[in-house]
Design a protein around this ligand. Structure first.
Ligand code: DAH
Length: 334
């Protein structure tokens, strides 16, 4: 009687094992595997159920059945572990395959913007002056006669006013014809010493041609201190022009501006030709008086250059209007 019962339990345990093995072989995912683990090895699983029937067994048979149950439990456990390793490896493999980069595929062209040659030119000049201790200042493009002319020592009927064909506004203001107006605005609000650089847009009633536009850019520089002389101006020009153009011959020609005395025009020999690139000079005592600086104590120098002009010289442009044409075939060369 007890022999039959013990064989029956043995057979039950063996069939649980077989069933478990078959199901495990079919588990496709780690989730399914976990469900099977709970099903076969959990507290409510089939093995504890079989063991529950041991009470009917002859006590001498119980250890054998108990040992067999443990063996099968461990075997199922081991099968699950093996399957888990396989499934994990398969998962990693699948992930690697889905993430492979096909280096033979054509690339994606992403057009890159770049700095406009005019801005690049301004940045270069600003960097050089900043390297000499200057800071950047700016002012309004709509100006009054006072800042654009009067405080800069242009008398009301001085012929110098005719040098600048000015765009006047209906209210009596004007579009600044040069960045020199910012010299006055800055000095009115700051005590010497002064070392400033003023980049900005200017306007003139010029007929537009290959070397003139009605809207253009200037960079102005101004230094005021005790004891500044013309040699300081020359030294500053040398540093600026050497860094921009390299070691090229430079020539200073006497000139005239109402706001500087003496005044000079700076020429530079470039590709075999003398090219005029800026005006500069020692700040006229009348300008210092206009802003309340004592010309007996302070002296200084100033200068202004056209940015389009510099770019034209440096890049040998045939026509400065190209700088405003937004033609990418032109702009992409810089
Ligand atoms: N403002 C002059 C112009 O537009 C350029 C210039 C000349 C500026 C001499 C200066 C200077 O500061 O000292 O042509």
């Amino acid at each position: 009687m007890s022999v039959v019962q013990s064989q029956e339990l043995e057979a039950q345990l063996q069939s649980i094992h077989q069933e478990a093995q078959a199901s495990l072989a079919q588990a496709e995912t780690l989730d399914q595997l976990e469900q099977l683990r709970v099903k076969y090895l959990g507290k409510k699983g089939p093995i504890p159920q079989v063991l529950g029937g041991m009470g009917k067994l002859d006590p001498s048979d119980r250890p054998k059945i108990g040992a067999l149950a443990n063996e099968i439990k461990e075997a199922i456990q081991a099968d699950i572990e093996r399957r888990r390793v396989d499934l994990e490896a398969a998962q990693i493999q699948a992930q690697l395959e889905s993430e492979t980069i096909d280096v033979t595929m054509p690339g994606i062209f992403r057009p890159q913007g770049r700095v406009h040659p005019l801005n690049a030119m301004m940045d270069r000049v600003i960097d050089i002056f900043v390297g000499m201790g200057y800071t950047v200042a700016d002012g309004p493009e709509m100006e009054s006669d006072y800042y654009n002319f009067e405080a800069l020592n242009f008398p009301p009927d001085h012929p110098a006013r005719d040098m600048q064909d000015t765009l006047f506004l209906p209210d009596g203001n004007l579009l600044r014809t040069h960045t020199s107006s910012v010299q006055i605005r800055y000095m009115e609000n700051n005590e010497p010493p002064v070392r400033i650089i003023i980049p900005g847009r200017c306007y003139r009633r010029d007929a537009v041609d290959s070397t003139h536009t009605a809207v253009f850019h200037q960079i102005e520089f101004l230094a005021i201190d005790e004891g500044l002389t013309f040699t300081d101006l020359k030294g500053t020009l040398k540093v600026l022009l050497e860094q921009l153009f390299g070691e090229v011959p430079i020539r200073l020609r006497p000139s005239f501006f109402p706001f500087t005395e003496p005044s000079v025009e700076v020429d530079l020999q470039w590709k075999g030709r003398w090219l005029e690139i800026m005006g500069c000079g020692m700040v006229d005592p009348n300008v210092l008086k206009a802003v309340g600086y004592d010309p007996e104590v302070y002296t200084g120098f100033a200068g202004g250059m056209g940015v389009e002009r510099l770019a034209q010289v440096l890049h040998q442009l045939d026509d400065i209007r190209r700088l405003y044409s937004s033609d990418l075939r032109f702009l992409n060369q810089f």
